[in-house]
Unconditional design. Structure first.
Length: 155
């Protein structure tokens, strides 16, 4: 009985690791000319995984305010390539896009990026489920360089 209990306990501890599909990173480099940049991570309504955003890092050559937003009505966007953190990872289910047109979102957080610096925001309290999205949006600004790195894990 004790052996069975230890086996069950071991399975409970290891299940999240067994269910993990992979960790992914997308990168967006842009120059802003009195414009905003929008990067969105979304799952299709029929998705069978959960995307757990881990962090976003943003570098800007100019002062810029960013917002972290969720859900909304997705209209369009240009696909970003999801890079696997390990070759053993499966292909990402979540789709990341930039230049995204997404309306009626809910703002979760607002942050200020100071000119010439990088801001790293932890996103591990957010889960993106089937039919949901997470959006990182800059205010309209002029910056010679903007770098956005978004990392997430899928289960």
């Amino acid at each position: 009985m004790r052996k069975l209990s230890l086996i069950l306990l071991g399975l409970l501890i290891c299940m999240p690791m067994l269910a993990q599909k992979g960790t992914y990173l997308v990168n967006r480099k842009a120059a802003l000319s009195s414009s905003a940049e929008v990067v969105t991570l979304r799952l299709a309504a029929a998705a069978t995984v959960v995307a757990q955003p881990l962090f976003v890092s943003i570098y800007s050559s100019a002062d810029v305010e960013i917002t972290i937003e969720r859900d909304g009505t997705y209209v369009s966007g240009t696909a970003l390539t999801a890079n696997k953190s390990s070759t053993a990872n499966l292909t990402a289910t979540a789709a990341a896009t930039y230049g995204t047109t997404i309306t009626s979102t809910t703002v979760l957080q607002q942050h200020q990026v100071t000119s010439g610096s990088t801001l790293v925001v932890s996103l591990d309290m957010i889960a993106v489920k089937a039919g949901e999205s997470l959006t990182i949006r800059t205010e309209s600004a002029t910056a010679t360089k903007l770098l956005v790195n978004l990392c997430w894990r899928e289960y």
